[in-house]
Ligand binder design. Structure first.
Ligand SMILES: C[S@@+](CC[C@H](N)C(=O)[O-])C[C@H]1O[C@@H](n2cnc3c(N)ncnc32)[C@H](O)[C@@H]1O
Length: 268
């Protein structure tokens, strides 16, 4: 296929990407036919997977609102994705125009679109970097310009760590980030799980192997370890709709069928 004008040169147009499949599930425009085909196959196997992705984005919004209300003015959003409705800087800067947001993503489409929407925003930026290389993120000139590491920062890693295999030691990256931030900082994580999931969801999740970033499902117990040494904010690590829902409609009838856990911990 020919490369659309919004797609940066050099990207593989014949292979679906996790960020573009997610964009399609959220109703975004920055995806290719190959991404839509995979998303439709996943939906045919299990409509629940798309629901989980939408629940992830809703949790992101509630989480950023909670953090701004808790007084957080700096956000490090790793694996931030292709900008869509309710981006972190929009929510945070709505309450506090001086709030600082550094986005990080490995995907060139996510980076190109974020650069475009942030060009007139001096308090937010995107860098292309890998969660597995936290030192490059922490020492990046944009991180040093935007973030004051002597003051509390919210580190957001939502819907990302499940793309990282055990061999790449995601727990080590998370620990490095936890160590780098000041007391009073928060860590928010959403991570896909196999806990309580019917077999068709697991089949659908396996299809992610067609992208360059296959999903690694982990148990609630494994995901809890990323919060080592932190105090969990109520209600702890829970299925996404159960994390501080705005209304009973947010929760639905079977929140446990959402194939991901979410939680927020604070460094005391
Ligand atoms: C499902 S999207 C989540 C987007 C956003 N965090 C949200 O919750 O709505 C996952 C994003 O993580 C990015 N990603 C995956 N592996 C990554 C890595 N190792 N380092 C940085 N970003 C990564 C993908 O490119 C994609 O944009």
């Amino acid at each position: 296929m020919t490369r659309p004008s919004w797609a940066p040169p050099g990207i593989d147009l014949d292979r679906p990407s996790g960020s573009r499949v997610y964009d399609y599930f959220l109703g975004g425009m920055h995806n290719f036919e190959i991404d839509r085909q995979l998303a439709d196959q996943i939906s045919a196997l299990s409509p629940q997977v798309g629901e989980t992705m939408r629940a992830n984005r809703k949790m992101l919004r509630r989480c950023v609102r909670f953090l701004t209300e808790a007084g957080i003015t700096q956000f490090l959003d790793i694996g931030s994705g292709i900008p869509t409705v309710g981006n972190v800087h929009e929510i945070a800067q709505d309450r506090n125009p001086d709030a600082k947001v550094l986005y990080v993503d490995i995907d060139p489409v996510a980076v190109a679109h974020s650069e475009a929407i942030l060009q007139d925003n001096p308090n937010a930026a995107i860098i292309q970097a890998d969660f597995c290389d936290p030192d490059t993120i922490l020492s990046h000139p944009e991180a040093q310009r935007l973030l004051d590491f002597s003051k509390p920062i919210a580190v957001l890693i939502l819907g990302v760590i499940h793309f990282v295999p055990d061999e790449a030691n995601p727990a080590v990256s998370v620990a490095r980030l936890r160590d780098a931030v000041a007391h009073g900082s928060y860590l928010a994580i959403v991570h896909a799980t196999q806990d309580g999931q019917p077999p068709e969801v697991l089949e659908a999740q396996k299809l992610s192997g067609r992208t360059s970033t296959e999903i690694n499902l982990r148990t609630g117990e494994q995901i809890s370890e990323y919060f080592d040494g932190l105090t969990m904010v109520e209600p702890g690590l829970v299925h996404l709709p159960l994390w501080r829902p705005d209304s009973p409609e947010d929760v639905g009838e079977h929140p446990e069928l959402t194939g991901a856990y979410g939680g927020v911990g604070q460094k005391n």
